[in-house]
Design a protein around this ligand. Structure first.
Ligand code: ATP
Length: 240
């Protein structure tokens, strides 16, 4: 593990008006890791990702990316710097084709040859997207839209990919496919991944380390394997 985290939260507080959703969250993500944040409904998982991206302002504390404070960087600038989020609910462009969605993911890039190569790479990672390349994004199934959202984010060539509930609303077989690809992206491209998930079992199986978030506070941090075998975690989050 590299000595310096690529992403770090230091005592971050944020929320929605009087609702304090994050109450001093600190965490570190090192280059090459897959880190999972697990927690119940409403624990603050999505708020954590949105605060990292600046969609919600941190009221207190610091968000550091590549050693630099990014609290004041506007959200649309972050993908250009290599920090890209796949939001919950996918948010692809429904009236644009699969291919146009992918091209938009590369909005800041000028290397047309590289863009074409990456589109082909996305079709090799997600063959169904290649088959559906001319189809409107909005007509894809839920699982295909999730794949498109991940592929579009990868078109930005992220150093760090933030994934919000990649399993949400999908059939088990599709979830497994998506998690296999997440592992692949990490292993083959070296992309660092921070993912938040209600499905703790899946998330911890894919992750190297994990954090447990409870009502806006980190209550436990450990290697993913240790969390998977922790009786408290098994009882609270793994349905035992
Ligand atoms: P889930 O798994 O259900 O998506 P989560 O862990 O991602 O949950 P958040 O969505 O981050 O949780 O919500 C954290 C807290 O902030 C919750 O109490 C939630 O009700 C509140 N919250 C989230 N979004 C808003 C909003 N737009 N306005 C007001 N409160 C909000």
């Amino acid at each position: 593990m590299s000595a310096e985290p690529i992403l770090e939260l230091r005592n971050v507080h944020s929320g929605y008006g009087t609702i304090k959703a994050l109450k001093g969250v600190s965490l570190k993500v090192y280059p090459g890791e897959v880190v999972a944040i697990i927690g119940a409904n409403g624990a603050g998982k999505s708020t954590t990702l949105m605060t990292i991206c600046g969609i919600i302002a941190a009221e207190k504390g610091e968000v550091l990316y590549d050693g630099k404070k990014i609290n004041k960087v506007s959200p649309e600038k972050l993908p250009i710097k290599g920090l890209c989020q796949v939001p919950e609910g996918r948010r692809i462009f429904p009236r644009l084709s699969v291919e146009e969605n992918l091209i938009l993911g590369a909005f800041h890039r000028k290397d047309q040859e590289g863009i074409n190569k990456d589109i082909e790479y996305m079709y090799s990672l997600f063959p169904i997207l290649g088959e559906r390349c001319k189809q409107h994004g909005g007509t894809l199934s839920g699982g295909e839209q999730q794949m498109l959202a991940i592929a579009r984010a990868l078109m930005t060539q992220p150093k760090v990919l933030l994934l919000d509930e990649p399993s949400l609303g999908l059939a088990p077989i599709i979830i497994q496919q998506i998690f296999d690809i997440i592992k692949d992206i990490n292993e083959k491209n070296g992309t660092t991944i921070l993912l938040v998930e209600q499905n703790a079992n899946l998330a911890l199986q894919a992750a190297t380390r994990g954090y447990v978030l409870e009502t806006g506070e980190i209550t436990l941090e450990d290697k993913a394997d240790a969390l998977l075998h922790n009786p408290e975690i098994r009882k609270a989050y793994l349905g035992e």
